[in-house]
Design a protein around this ligand. Structure first.
Ligand code: ADP
Ligand code: MG
Length: 195
């Protein structure tokens, strides 16, 4: 029996998605710890390489990052979602939306359309709004935003300086800020990511 309970603002895991669980785990605590160790390897990889020679703004790089974060946890790591989720666009639109987002962000950078923090916060919000993967979208989109900052030589964001995976004040503020961003108001998210 599995007992995976998710914090508010998380994507519930449907049976097909759970099928792809590689390790033999039964509780959410075990899953969180297992995922955290897996993600740690990806974080070390991200921060341990010459960032300016990398490019997160391609659909392949975004999928590769998710794969590195979850390859030992989920069989579907790094593959786009094929199911509807409560947040996110229709699955068939994902590949095009991701390619368009990458092109848009390149244009924004080329034209200094926004200050780096706002540009990165918008990039993050677009990723979670598309909701590329069956799960892990929040964590992936935060690390993807960090990749962008490292590559461009911008300061890395603090993300409220507290764990956002567990339910708590920081996560509540983060989700509230994303909701305002859904309504095209990015002020609260920008204040949050630099806190
Ligand atoms: N209203 C919202 N608008 C945009 N993104 C949201 C909203 N609510 C939640 N999210 C994002 O969706 C994520 C949850 O998706 P999920 O795939 O479960 O990611 P993770 O497993 O990393 O938590 C949250 O961490 C947040 O980044
Ligand atoms: Mg989740």
């Amino acid at each position: 029996m599995t007992d995976f309970t998710q914090p508010a603002g998380a994507t519930p895991l449907d049976p097909d998605t759970l099928e792809g669980l590689l390790p033999d785990l039964t509780t959410q605590v075990e899953l969180n710890e297992f995922e955290e160790r897996n993600i740690y390897e990806a974080v070390r990889w991200v921060f341990g390489r010459p960032a300016h020679r990398r490019d997160i703004l391609t659909d392949k790089a975004l999928r590769d990052l998710h794969r590195r974060m979850f390859d030992r946890t989920w069989q579907w790591a790094g593959t786009y979602r094929v199911r509807e989720t409560n947040i996110g666009i229709a699955p068939f639109q994902i590949p095009t939306a991701v390619r368009n987002l990458c092109l848009d962000v390149r244009e924004q950078i080329a034209h200094d359309a926004y200050p780096p923090i706002e540009l990165t916060a918008r990039f993050h919000h677009s990723l979670v709004s598309i909701h590329l993967f069956p799960n892990g979208n929040g964590r992936h989109a935060r690390l993807a935003a960090d990749c962008l900052c490292l590559e461009r030589g911008w300061p890395v964001l603090s993300w409220g300086a507290e764990s956002l995976t567990a339910a708590g004040a920081a996560r509540r503020e983060y989700i509230a800020a994303l909701r305002e961003a859904d309504a095209h108001d990015f002020g609260r998210l920008i204040r949050f990511v630099r806190k």
